[in-house]
Design a protein around this ligand. Structure first.
Ligand code: KIV
Ligand code: NA
Length: 276
């Protein structure tokens, strides 16, 4: 497949051509996504939960992100790769945001960065874009600041909050984002936003009327056991397949049927007796 460019995001929206977007945090998963038709990979700070077993994303560091983005870039040469800016790496100042965005690009080779926030983050977005780095926005449910949103719940559910969300989108569009992740909002709010904003809206729990659908790979493949949000559809049951495979290995180990000669080195070696 042909690797998407930043310009293709806008082109796809303008042509009404949908695309899809998933997470990866390691080389093997990235290479599997690269073999698929999915065009975009996010190395999300959701790796805090999925890879590191944390309760949320706030503890994830720049070093964690870089550690995981590098192997994904190696594993997916035909897929557009986004590096997620972790909590605390861009909120302090424009200078901090630029320094960390530049570090992420320099040390991993990813194609762009993503950060959470609307009007309040517009200056940070503009600063990074001015440094020559494409920025993807993320509004609606923003997990890094979910505590101040009252937890993991649907955003934009009132007329005022829906309008505020669309104004957030317009403001970060002006600040220079080339696309916007919109998480956990009523479908009609996402539809209205996609009409009022020129750049593509990448929906996760945002209904069908957006330009692209985003899901966490481990969620959509049924690998992650702990929690399934309403917006996640499991397109495969990989966790069950993995547990079944592990149990088959365990059973054949106990009954001795593994390893058969096929899986053993069968050369005869005449071993001399041990010296006294
Ligand atoms: O970290 C992540 O996986 C994300 C997606 C849910 C968009 O930010
Ligand atoms: Na994220």
């Amino acid at each position: 497949k042909q690797k998407m460019t930043v310009m293709d995001f806008q082109k796809y929206k303008d042509e009404g051509r949908k695309f899809s977007y998933v997470t990866a945090y390691d080389y093997t998963t990235a290479s599997i996504v690269d073999d698929s038709d999915v065009e975009v990979i996010l190395v999300g700070d959701s790796l805090g939960m999925i890879m590191l077993g944390y309760k949320g994303t706030t503890a994830v560091t720049m070093d964690d992100m870089i550690h995981h983005i590098r192997p994904v870039v190696q594993g997916a040469p035909h897929t557009f790769v986004i590096g997620d800016m972790p909590f605390g790496s861009y909120q302090v100042s424009c200078e901090q945001a630029m320094t960390n965005a530049i570090r992420m690009i320099k040390e991993t080779g990813c194609d762009c960065v993503k950060l959470e926030g609307g009007i309040n983050m517009a200056d940070k977005i503009a600063a990074i874009v001015n440094a020559g780095i494409p920025v993807m926005g993320h509004i609606g449910l923003t997990p890094q600041t979910a505590t101040s949103l009252g937890g993991f719940k649907v955003q934009g559910g009132t007329p005022e909050s829906a309008r505020k969300l669309i104004e957030d989108a317009k403001t970060i569009e002006k600040a220079g984002v080339f696309s916007i992740v919109l998480e956990c909002v009523p479908s009609c709010v996402a539809r209205a936003m996609s009409k009022e904003v020129r750049v593509p809206i990448l929906g996760i729990g945002a209904g069908p009327d957006v330009d692209c659908q985003v899901l966490v790979t481990q969620d959509l493949l049924g690998m992650y056991g702990d929690f399934k949000p309403k917006f996640v559809k499991q397109f495969a049951q990989i966790r069950k397949a993995m547990v079944d495979g592990l149990n088959a290995f365990h059973e054949e180990t106990l009954n001795g049927s593994f390893p058969s000669p096929e899986f053993s080195f069968n050369k005869q070696v005449d071993i001399p007796p041990a010296k006294e």
